[in-house]
Design a binder for this molecule. Structure first.
Ligand SMILES: Nc1nc2c(c(=O)[nH]1)N[C@H]1C(S)=C(S)[C@@H](COP(=O)(O)O)O[C@H]1N2
Ligand SMILES: [Mo]
Length: 224
């Protein structure tokens, strides 16, 4: 699409020194990264993400520290242009049909983590329950960090591989990964996977979210 080249230039600009590690990606780095992966997953401080290796998780937040929410404080609103707005507790979400699959997580800046087991509730199911009105065009995902948003068209958000994620690696989503509830879209770059999800607002447009506003493509499909 038209937005892609601009987005790519911005991405390359933002890469800075990190690009060197990603592009050179030597076998030594790959081995290191595999060896570090299990440590990384159990590293609540996120300190190992400062080590410039290849394919491991980085824990991203565009804001400072984010408050922790648990089963007693968490809520997800499905709002906007719908006939049946709803608020789900964590238990409500856990009680809905769960979809599970493994898929690779790709950040647009070049790192990826392969074969991540995800499970949760299809966004499509929540949208169907909410019954979008005739004017509904898009969806805005909001984070309880108070800043992050990302957008999809209604049609994109209804894809089978767009999940309200409750578990990663068979465990509840950790705080650093955006728990207790985040988005995952298997077909799109990581910036579409909003962490610390608090709202799915159905909108009359497909307005750019946080990173889309800063040059990332409006449709975050892999390979574009
Ligand atoms: N709330 C929030 N969600 C976010 C981000 C963020 O900074 N804040 N970063 C996005 C980007 S660019 C990526 S690659 C992934 C990173 O997910 P992780 O922190 O679980 O590795 O989260 C996405 N969702
Ligand atoms: Mo990203």
């Amino acid at each position: 699409m038209d937005g892609a080249p601009v987005g790519r230039r911005v991405v390359l600009g933002l890469l800075g020194l990190g690009a060197v590690g990603v592009v050179t990606g030597s076998r030594v780095q790959e081995g290191l990264s595999r060896a570090l992966a299990p440590i990384q997953l159990r590293d609540p401080t996120g300190l190992t993400s400062a080590i410039p290796v290849g394919d491991t998780w980085r824990y991203y937040s565009v804001t400072g520290p984010v408050e922790a929410r648990d089963a007693s404080t968490y809520a997800l609103d499905v709002s906007g242009l719908v006939d049946r707005p709803a608020t789900y507790s964590l238990a409500d979400l856990q009680g809905l049909p769960q979809t599970a699959f493994s898929d690779t997580f790709h950040c647009v800046t070049g790192w990826k983590v392969e074969d991540v087991p995800w499970s949760g509730v299809r966004v499509a199911d929540l949208l169907e329950s909410a019954a979008p009105t005739g004017e509904a065009v898009g969806v805005r995902f909001r984070s309880f960090d108070g800043t992050y948003t990302t957008n999809m068209t209604l049609e994109q958000a209804r894809a089978d591989d767009v999940l309200v994620v409750l578990t990663m690696y068979g465990e509840p989503v950790t705080h650093d990964h955006g728990g207790p509830v985040r988005i995952y879209s298997g077909s799109m770059y990581g910036y579409k996977s909003a962490k610390w999800l608090s709202e799915i607002e159905v909108t009359s447009n497909n307005e750019p979210g946080y990173w889309e506003d800063r040059g990332y493509p409006l449709d975050g499909y892999l390979g574009e």
